[in-house]
Design a protein around this ligand. Structure first.
Ligand code: C6P
Length: 416
């Protein structure tokens, strides 16, 4: 890991992100620490979007004119880049969606509705984002399935004994688990969990919203059946995401949305479906988004995901050390950086998280405050909100210092 960091030029990376060059509130530099919510975009991605709209904007798979052919080629080229980025076996396994949320809903509504029956169990965990809880609850109400949740160990990792027990004792058909928690930062042992799920005859669907942007992900090595992620958290545009699924599973699944492009034939008495992945891409797709995501993948790949991950690990380690020195600050989740992605959520000295975030913002430091779409996890922690700093490829240790300074200032403002 040390070697990887040696070659990492964070200042060169920062220079690629125009938004980081601006002053915040006109008088302080922007310290952007809200990367788990959404990441900033480099010039290369912005230029790619600009080029598409200026030079070859057209619908895809529908025209024989030059613009449409060029747009189609770029749209499909991006799919191939994404395929290699996560090491899917085929580009047909890469389905464009609007983001992680839609990817998970696709699995629930297509695979879930046709494969789950009353009495079946879906195992999720208490550290999930709402988008990996609510789709299963909706399905439970409709199909009479049950959702069971893996609890936590005191250190903020999953209780894997309880996971094994659920797989042993319950009729589990699907495990729906996040790779990295967006609040605790906990990195879950997906490969082991997949192996156990498969041994119990269940499939595993992984929420990769907080992993794909930050670490090398190999869906085949993990043996994930489905894997979901969002473009906007990985320096790509908003409105584009991916569902990876194993080809045999996707082939057997019915379409979820009906419309243009997802059909082979349409007659008034019935229709047949297009090949993968188009069966799941109804209507005019998110063309610019997909092409922009391809550019994001190029950017991340050129830097190297090992390098990015090593850099973030160093920043997170430093942040955890500095945060632990601040009186009255309580970190949520693992305190050991080796168990965590670049996420540090905390409560602070009885000051409401929204006030903490607002005071930090005045200092130029952007963090998120609230329940981060993980209300059950906050309930378990006995708090209704936390402040959260989350790091990415362009953050520096000096920015962590500014966060800490801001926290001391916030404390002075609130504690008399
Ligand atoms: N978490 C956060 O601030 P979408 O909105 O579809 O791109 O991603 C949803 C999602 C799913 N799973 C996890 C683990 C996530 O972190 C998110 C998005 C953001 O934490 C916005 S709520």
């Amino acid at each position: 890991m040390a070697d990887a960091i040696l070659n990492y030029d964070v200042e060169a990376v920062r220079a690629d992100f125009p938004i980081l060059q601006q002053m915040h509130h006109d008088n302080v530099p922007l310290v952007y620490l809200d990367n788990a919510a959404s990441s900033q975009k480099p010039q290369q991605v912005i230029d790619t979007l600009d080029d598409y709209y200026r030079r070859y904007n057209a619908n895809v798979h529908r025209g024989v004119h030059k613009l449409s052919e060029e747009a189609t080629a770029a749209y499909e080229q991006a799919r191939i880049k994404i395929r290699h980025f996560i090491n899917a076996a085929s580009k047909r396994e890469i389905i464009y969606t609007s983001g992680t949320t839609e990817s998970i809903n696709l699995v629930a509504q297509s695979w879930g509705r046709s494969n789950l029956n009353a009495g079946d169990v879906v195992v999720s965990t208490v550290m999930e984002h709402h988008s990996n809880i609510v789709p299963w609850q909706l399905l439970a109400a409709e199909k009479g399935i049950t959702v069971k949740y893996v609890p936590l160990n005191p250190d903020g990792t999953l209780d894997l004994d309880e996971y094994a027990r659920l797989l042993r004792e319950e009729p589990v058909k699907l495990v729906a688990v996040t790779h990295v928690s967006n609040v605790f930062g906990t990195i879950n042992p997906i490969k082991d969990m997949a192996q156990q799920a498969h041994a119990a005859g269940a499939l595993i669907m992984v929420d990769g919203a907080q992993s794909v942007p930050h670490m090398p992900v190999d869906v085949q090595a993990l043996d994930a059946d489905f894997y979901a992620f969002s473009g906007h958290k990985m320096i790509g545009p908003t409105g584009i995401g991916v569902l990876y699924g194993k080809r045999d599973l996707l082939e057997a699944m019915p379409p979820w949305k009906g419309g243009g492009d997802m059909i082979a034939t349409v007659r008034l008495d019935g229709s047949t479906w297009n090949d993968l992945p188009y069966k799941f891409e109804a209507g005019t797709p998110i063309i610019a988004g997909a092409i922009g995501l391809g550019a994001a993948v190029d950017y991340l790949s050129a830097l190297g995901m090992e390098q990015i991950s090593a850099h973030e690990h160093r920043i997170t380690e430093y942040a955890l050390e500095r945060l632990s020195e601040v009186p009255g600050l309580k970190l949520l989740g693992p305190t050991d950086a080796s168990k965590k992605g670049g996420v540090a959520a905390f409560t602070f000295a009885g000051i409401h998280a929204h006030d903490v975030a607002q005071l930090l913002d005045a200092e130029g430091v952007a963090v998120r405050a609230g329940h981060h779409c993980a209300m059950p996890l906050h309930d378990i922690c006995g708090v209704n909100a936390s402040a959260r700093a989350s790091f990415y490829l362009y953050n520096t240790t000096s920015e962590v210092d500014l966060l800490i300074e801001g926290l001391y200032k916030a404390k002075e403002t609130f504690v008399i």
